[in-house]
Design a binder for this molecule. Structure first.
Ligand SMILES: [Zn+2]
Ligand SMILES: [Zn+2]
Length: 225
């Protein structure tokens, strides 16, 4: 189920191994942030229909990083639409050169066909979807090209697998994961202004989300020593 969070932003909390999915409908732009594994693609398409859209309408897919539980759902969407695909350039370069190791697809026994990322992202980029504008924060740690997306006006931070509710955060034992970087990234996001956090797994945090980011930072920091 896609639940309306604020303005044109919807959130689907996953009940499975899939990542959470964010859907943004500004009329002109129909954006997905992360896509799940692809195993539930038909169900997700039906759930999009319930909020007046479907895979065929998608104009843009933004990936918080390239792990299979976030990127696997891209291919099923490409059967219906031809969206721009955004991913931080460090991971986009790997994917575009055919290197799918960072997706962990092979480790999970899923064969991911090659994919072309046409919108590599960098720190400070602004993704302009009309009334919704995300500033790209490069927040490595969970993976080398993990990003958080900040909608300043709405006070929303999309955190991917960098930060989860309840003082938790993404694991760092996958390739390119780095605890020191993660602590730095968590500290950074705990110092910016937002009320709502939409993470890659678990529930949405509505209200005082920056405090939750601080809790995750402190927890990660304590685990370093
Ligand atoms: Zn994930
Ligand atoms: Zn991940």
């Amino acid at each position: 189920m896609f639940e309306n969070i604020i303005g044109p932003i919807y959130f689907r909390a996953s009940m499975s191994f899939d990542s959470n999915i964010i859907f943004i409908d500004t009329g002109e732009h129909k954006v997905l942030i992360d896509t799940g594994t692809g195993m539930e693609a038909d169900l997700i398409n039906k759930e999009l229909e319930k909020v007046g859209s479907s895979y065929g309408d998608i104009t843009d897919i933004v990936l918080t990083h390239s792990h299979i539980d976030h990127i696997g759902g891209v291919h099923p969407i490409l059967k219906h639409a031809d969206p721009h695909i955004y991913l931080h350039k460090t991971e986009a370069d790997m994917i575009n050169s055919g290197d799918m190791t960072l997706t962990l697809g092979a480790s999970f026994g899923v064969e991911l066909p090659p994919l072309s990322i046409d919108r590599p992202m960098e720190e400070g980029d602004v993704l302009d979807f009309g009334p919704v504008r995300f500033k790209v924060l490069h927040t490595p740690g969970h993976s080398i090209g993990s990003v958080c997306l900040h909608e300043e006006k709405m006070g929303v931070l999309v955190t991917g697998d960098t930060m989860f509710p309840g003082g938790s955060f993404g694991r760092v034992d996958f390739p390119t994961g780095n605890m020191k970087d993660l602590v730095k990234s968590l500290r950074r996001i705990s110092e910016i202004d937002f009320e709502i956090a939409l993470a890659g797994h678990m529930h949405a945090i509505i209200g005082n989300a920056r405090r939750a980011a601080y809790d995750s930072y402190r927890m990660a920091q304590s685990m370093m020593y």
